[in-house]
Design a protein around this ligand. Structure first.
Ligand code: URA
Length: 241
């Protein structure tokens, strides 16, 4: 049992102050009774709580899949730039949301946004060996030499050693598209790995984390709540490069 104001605020219904106003205005029901006092105790798992007649779908934590568009930053808030968290509107919006890892401002694709710190930690932990898959459009050929260099572990200019990574060609041409699989998340990692083999990344899109695929129905900028199964797909990671 928890205070009704705390439950409502935790579900992104509003700040404590806003929630208190809703309660005073008689807009909150628990079961079939109108609740006006902030310290009323409710069981969010067992009782139906409604705001303006609409049932609250109670979630301890929120897990969102976003197709991150270019031009927004992977941060929680920023005084000048739009962040991925700014893009989340009601009913999924709530306090404490943050992106799980970072995609560069000009990178598109699969991004998880949650308020569950333990989950984020497990997704990002290098020890878990979870592969992140990217589609990279580059400015020159991708052949055996590049594939071998990625497989053996790229070394950046500053001497940083990367773990073995997968590289394969998806589409050949003047600007080939390659599939890259990495199991760590160093700053600008994919771009720097291509720099190390004399290629420049022209466009980058993350399409998969572990076994979790970016929903093709989501256009850039769109997002939706993840299913329980999808939350776990992230950890059914393939171990081979
Ligand atoms: N590697 C990069 O270089 N950029 C990203 O956004 C993600 C991986």
């Amino acid at each position: 049992m928890e205070r009704i104001d705390k439950i409502l605020a935790s579900q992104g219904i509003g700040s404590r102050k806003e929630v208190h106003a809703l309660l005073r205005q008689g807009r909150v029901t628990v079961g079939d009774r109108v609740v006006r006092t902030a310290d009323f105790k409710a069981d969010a798992g067992a009782q139906t709580i409604c705001v303006d007649g609409k049932p609250l779908i109670y979630r301890r934590y929120m897990y969102i899949m976003m197709n991150k568009p270019q031009g927004v930053i992977s941060a929680t808030d920023d005084p000048r730039q739009t962040t991925v968290v700014d893009m989340i509107g009601p009913p999924l919006r709530r306090k404490g949301l943050f992106p799980v890892g970072r995609l560069d401002k000009d990178t598109e694709g699969l991004l998880i946004i949650t308020d569950d710190g333990d989950y984020a930690h497990r997704v990002l932990s290098p020890r878990k060996g979870i592969f992140k898959w990217y589609e990279a459009t580059v400015d020159g050929p991708v052949g055996e030499a590049e594939i071998k260099a990625f497989r053996e572990g790229i070394v950046f200019e500053d001497g940083t050693q990367c773990l073995p990574a997968g590289l394969s060609l998806i589409r050949d041409g003047e600007q080939p598209v390659a599939l890259v699989r990495i199991q760590e998340g160093k700053f600008h990692q994919v771009k720097k790995m291509f720099r190390a083999v004399d290629r420049t990344v022209l466009a980058l899109r993350r399409i998969r984390i572990g076994e979790l695929l970016l929903d093709p129905e989501l256009a850039p900028g769109e997002y939706r709540e993840m299913t329980d199964a999808e939350k776990d797909f992230v950890f059914s990671a393939q171990k081979q490069v």
